[in-house]
Design a protein around this ligand. Structure first.
Ligand code: PMP
Length: 425
């Protein structure tokens, strides 16, 4: 414990305060649904590094693929040559796309970098500039994406004026729309979008609408069934592109490979990251070749984009999805968890248990004291489980690896209820 404490103090002394972890735990290694500290304490990980290690920490297949690739070529710079492994990844990636029209990729490192790439694609092919985002959305913290993120002010704290031309439309989440429109949030939101086009950003000036199919950092909220389809329809009528940010929802998190499949909507551009490579820094945008081909030759690039080792890890990740039938587990474990949490709803001040697959949000009643959700996560940590809160409302989110077992879910539910007992006692 002394060594761990020392290491924590040492890193805190030499890492900028803008990066401050949720816990003072120092992890030395991880496997499956568990992370282990320097002094050997094991935690049940229901964060998956914010929805990244969907195949579990250090899945042996992913580890092996990365190790083998490391011995072949590590750095395959995309502006110099093409790599064999990127080609090998594209075939299985095409097979899991939500629609055959999505046939062309550009690979990057992070989610935010890919969001920016999506906006640049939309601007360059439409020759229009403005972007519409939704209330409660999160698209990253880089200089460009900071303008698109509306889930919390801390993400733009002190960082000055953001990129102009961003307009915000309501998302059908009861906390984000006025009470009188709760019974038909979809109509309210679509009418607001219509007005936005009439009053603030004309279709002729708007290149894209970007939305998360399920709000992530904004509270784990799935929209009503028709909402996204209608947004896409309204966009299409106006020659505006519809971008789905699947950074957190993609790669099985919601029970389908991509969340848009739950809503029967095909985006013009889709953004992927996190689960794509099980923790290696790899992200991508996908769109129609016809759109991508309109960009100026050689106008994009990046030193580490589409890194070879990350591509190998992504290829192995897709194999794990197939071989271990991960989507079946997502739906079964998701049901198991929602059932257990709804039982707790009868005893504790829980307003809502929601979400698709293993992207589950639990919001406490409006009248609970501030920081209740955070306090619950701290009590879970004290009992050996990592859990995150989310949004500006009192909400916790369950994001275990998609490989989580029924026994681990039971254990997590016991820990969670025990934490509730302490906090609401
Ligand atoms: N979009 C969404 C929906 C996200 O959840 C995130 C990360 N939480 C991002 C974009 C940004 O990704 P990154 O942190 O890799 O830049």
């Amino acid at each position: 414990p002394e060594q761990e404490k020392h290491m924590y103090k040492y890193t805190r002394a030499h890492v900028g305060k803008a990066i401050t972890p949720f816990s003072d735990v120092v992890i030395s290694h991880a496997s499956g649904t568990h992370v282990t500290t320097m002094d050997g304490r094991r935690y049940l990980d229901f964060t998956s590094g914010i929805g990244v290690v969907n195949t579990g920490h250090c899945h042996p297949k992913v580890v092996k693929a990365a190790q083998e690739q490391t011995g072949k070529i590590i750095h395959s710079q995309v502006n110099i040559f093409s790599s064999e492994i990127m080609g090998d990844l594209i075939t299985p990636l095409l097979e899991v796309m939500p629609d055959p029209s999505l046939d062309s990729f550009i690979f990057w490192n992070s989610g935010a970098e890919s969001v920016e790439s999506a906006i640049k694609l939309a601007r360059s092919v439409t020759r229009k500039n403005n972007v519409i985002v939704s209330h409660g959305g999160y698209h990253g913290r880089t200089f460009g994406t900071m303008a698109l993120t509306t889930s919390k002010t801390v993400y733009s704290a002190g960082f000055g004026p953001t990129v102009p031309g961003v307009f915000v439309t309501p998302f059908p989440y009861e906390r984000q729309v006025p009470a009188h429109s709760h019974s038909d949030m979809t109509s309210y939101c679509l009418e607001s979008l219509e007005l936005l086009f009439k009053q603030q950003t004309a279709a002729e000036d708007t290149c894209a609408i970007i939305m998360e199919p399920v709000l992530g950092e904004g509270g784990y909220v799935a929209p009503p069934p028709d909402f996204l389809k209608e947004v896409k329809r309204m966009a299409k009528e106006r020659d505006v592109l519809f971008i789905a940010d699947e950074v957190q929802t993609g790669f099985g998190r919601t029970g389908k490979m991509f969340a848009v499949e739950n809503f029967d909507v095909v985006p013009d551009i889709m953004v992927m990251a996190k689960g794509l490579a099980s923790g290696f820094p790899l992200s991508a945008i996908v769109s129609r070749k016809e759109l991508m081909d309109k960009q100026v030759v050689g106008s994009m690039g990046g030193t580490y984009a589409g890194n070879a080792v990350a591509c190998a890890a992504a290829k192995a990740t897709l194999e794990v999805f197939r071989e271990e039938k991960l989507l079946e587990n997502v739906n079964a474990r998701g049901e198991q968890m929602r059932t257990a949490l709804r039982k707790m709803q009868e005893k504790y001040p829980i307003h809502d248990v929601r979400g698709l697959g293993l992207m589950i949000g639990l919001e406490f009643n409006k009248d609970v004291p501030a920081n209740t959700a955070k306090q619950v996560t701290v009590e879970c940590l004290n009992r050996g489980m990592m859990l995150l809160n989310t949004s500006v409302f009192e909400t916790v989110r369950f994001i275990p690896p998609l490989t989580v077992s029924a026994g681990e879910v039971d254990e997590a539910m016991e820990i969670f209820e025990d934490a509730l007992k302490t906090v609401f006692n």
